[in-house]
Design a protein around this ligand. Structure first.
Ligand code: HEC
Ligand code: HEC
Ligand code: HEC
Ligand code: HEC
Ligand code: HEC
Ligand code: HEC
Ligand code: HEC
Length: 415
């Protein structure tokens, strides 16, 4: 009993002292200009707390979140994050017989260097990595307050460095990075230039890397301060839980990045969880056509075209996806989520069930959500007529006869 009484008190002391420590650290940092801690506020003036603070009270969620593709989708460069090799012989992309770009480590930094006839022409530092690496990694470089994308990207499908997607086959070092690119791949970036002015300028000390907690829950400094000052309060204040939003608000949060190419009507980073997408982007109101939508980055468009979505009142991304965990490849878990709506008990189970047998329970998706080659994350390798493309799960849930034949044959062979 003593224990349960003392625990909250101890916890409060612990939290208070760690907050005092943070403040002390903060003050020390402010005195040392080099590592000055910055306070980041969004366009409404709401202050971010940073996911490092969430761990004190949401330990489980935070530690799992660090493994997700969301968290890992943008980072400052560090040796251990690169998927591609810097070893001589594996670190070079030929453009013509005389011209190549090499990936090189120089002192503590990493560069992309253009050579013509073996002579160095241009070299730019890789400052930011975009992409968890499940499909690929692209690299951004700072020059003053501007960011450009570097010519070479690493492609998982080909397991090699190659010319970046959408580039003509020439070496381009200065393709400007827009706030929209950062809006999908970071949580927040302070844009210094006036809306519409190009190329855009950013404050390099005010970027929250990764799709982090506060992208989906809103800026949380007030929540952190309130809960820390009131440790006996067990309900939350000043924070958004998507579970309490409407279905459309929930979908719009995910669709702000998973809704394909949307034309914005308000400045980037203005959209916040709980907002309606239509107030920030020109929406495509035409009935979605699964044949036309690229599987790259438009899970919302494809899902919306599916019968599961159209004929249910409740289906959102969150019914199948747990936003706090890396569940990539866990086919059996996803199939259980299908079966929360489709089961023999509900009388709407798969018509193939008896034919397939019990293994059906562990894999609905290879037949009904097959992987399709992305048109956007694809690369033509030298001497090949077909692009090596990232394979992406189609979110058009449907009946695919070809995949059914393939999967049925596979099940028969492995029985
Ligand atoms: C000092 C402790 C503390 C810190 C730090 C903290 N939280 Fe919380 N949070 C709580 C408590 C207490 C609750 C209410 C109980 C619960 O849902 O776990 C809560 C609830 C939540 C909820 C659910 C809200 C709801 O209405 O259901 C979210 C989302 C959340 N916190 C996000 C965050 C994020 C993001 C951070 C870091 C930026 C953070 N919290 C930092 C204490 C904290
Ligand atoms: C990609 C969006 C996304 C990110 C990133 C994210 N969350 Fe959540 N979070 C959600 C959604 C969606 C829910 C509601 C889940 C549901 O429907 O029950 C949620 C629910 C919660 C809750 C309520 C309790 C619970 O378990 O459902 C807490 C607390 C929370 N999140 C904390 C965090 C913290 C802390 C981080 C960062 C370490 C984080 N979240 C990152 C989307 C996100
Ligand atoms: C700020 C933009 C943004 C928001 C908001 C966002 N995502 Fe993402 N999401 C991404 C990006 C970018 C990736 C690709 C990450 C990578 O691999 O580099 C991604 C990847 C994913 C993946 C693949 C994970 C994996 O392991 O490969 C899932 C699933 C996903 N998102 C679901 C959601 C859901 C559900 C929501 C809404 C609750 C959501 N996302 C909100 C940007 C976002
Ligand atoms: C509208 C949101 C959006 C914009 C804008 C966007 N991306 Fe993405 N990106 C995504 C999503 C979502 C994924 C996950 C793959 C998918 O669903 O197609 C992704 C995947 C990627 C990947 C592969 C990550 C992995 O899984 O390993 C790279 C690299 C990438 N994007 C780079 C960029 C760069 C560089 C820009 C800007 C020039 C950019 N993206 C603009 C949403 C976006
Ligand atoms: C929220 C409930 C829900 C979830 C979760 C769900 N579905 Fe559905 N699904 C439906 C509804 C409702 C229909 C339409 C049934 C009807 O009206 O005949 C449907 C229809 C289908 C159809 C028929 C499609 C067609 O074009 O004829 C297939 C196949 C299907 N679902 C497979 C799946 C798979 C596989 C999953 C998991 C990845 C899944 N569903 C998850 C509710 C759901
Ligand atoms: C009916 C279930 C279901 C729903 C609803 C759903 N997904 Fe998925 N999603 C899946 C499955 C299954 C996978 C494949 C997971 C794997 O194999 O790792 C997947 C994969 C993904 C991926 C990774 C794509 C890839 O191939 O790498 C992204 C991104 C994603 N989902 C985003 C979303 C978003 C955003 C929504 C809402 C608009 C959504 N999903 C709704 C079942 C669903
Ligand atoms: C080997 C491929 C395969 C697998 C695995 C599979 N299905 Fe199917 N499913 C089909 C085919 C083909 C049909 C259409 C059958 C017909 O109309 O005779 C179908 C039909 C359906 C339907 C529509 C039923 C109706 O009444 O029209 C639903 C719902 C469904 N499947 C859900 C699931 C779920 C849930 C799983 C996993 C538990 C699953 N399927 C696994 C191939 C598959």
């Amino acid at each position: 009993m003593m224990f349960t009484v003392r625990l909250p008190y101890k916890k409060a002391i612990l939290i208070l002292s760690s907050i005092i420590l943070s403040i002390l650290l903060f003050v020390t940092c402010m005195n040392d200009k080099k590592t000055a801690e910055v306070v980041i506020r969004n366009q409404e003036g709401e202050q971010f707390a940073g996911s490092a603070t969430c761990v004190q009270c949401h330990k489980d969620i935070t530690s799992k979140h660090l493994q997700t593709a969301h968290y890992l989708t943008s980072r400052k460069t560090a040796a251990e994050y690169f998927k591609g090799s810097f070893e001589s012989g594996k670190n070079s992309v030929p453009y013509t017989t005389d011209q190549r770009v090499a990936m090189e480590k120089r002192d503590a930094d990493f560069y992309q260097v253009e050579y013509v006839h073996g002579e160095e022409i241009t070299g730019r530092r890789m400052d930011i990595i975009i992409g968890s690496g499940a499909m690929g990694q692209s690299f951004l470089s700072w020059k003053n307050n501007q960011l450009s994308q570097l010519p070479v990207t690493w492609f998982a499908a080909a397991k090699q460095w190659s010319n970046s997607p959408g580039y003509p086959n020439t070496v381009i070092f200065n393709r400007p990075i827009t706030s929209r690119c950062l809006e999908c791949h970071t949580s927040y970036a302070t844009v210094l230039s006036t809306p519409g002015a190009e190329p855009e300028k950013f404050d390099r000390h005010q970027i929250i890397y990764g799709v982090d907690c506060e992208k989906c829950h809103g800026p949380a400094a007030k929540h952190v301060a309130f809960q820390a000052e009131n440790p006996s309060v067990t309900t939350a204040k000043h924070i958004i839980n998507p579970a309490r939003l409407s279905r459309q608000q929930n979908l719009d949060l995910c669709a702000s990045c998973h809704g394909g190419r949307l034309e914005k009507t308000r400045p980037s980073f203005a959209f916040e969880p709980g907002d309606h997408l239509a107030d920030f982007f020109k929406l495509d109101t035409a009935a979605p056509d699964p044949q036309k939508i690229d599987v790259h980055g438009n899970q919302y468009g494809l899902l919306r075209a599916s019968k599961c979505f159209k004929n249910s009142q409740t289906l959102t991304c969150n019914i199948c996806h747990n936003s706090h965990e890396n569940e990539r490849g866990k086919t059996a878990i996803f199939s259980q989520r299908c079966m929360s709506c489709h089961s023999p008990a509900h009388n709407n189970f798969c018509k193939m069930a008896t034919k397939i047998g019990p293994s059906i329970n562990t894999n609905c998706i290879d037949c009904h959500m097959p992987v399709k080659p992305s048109r956007a994350i694809a690369v033509y390798l030298p001497g090949q007529n077909f692009p090596a493309a990232a394979l992406i799960r189609s979110h058009f849930i449907s009946i695919y006869p070809e995949e059914t034949t393939r999967v049925t044959e596979f099940i028969q062979r492995t029985k």
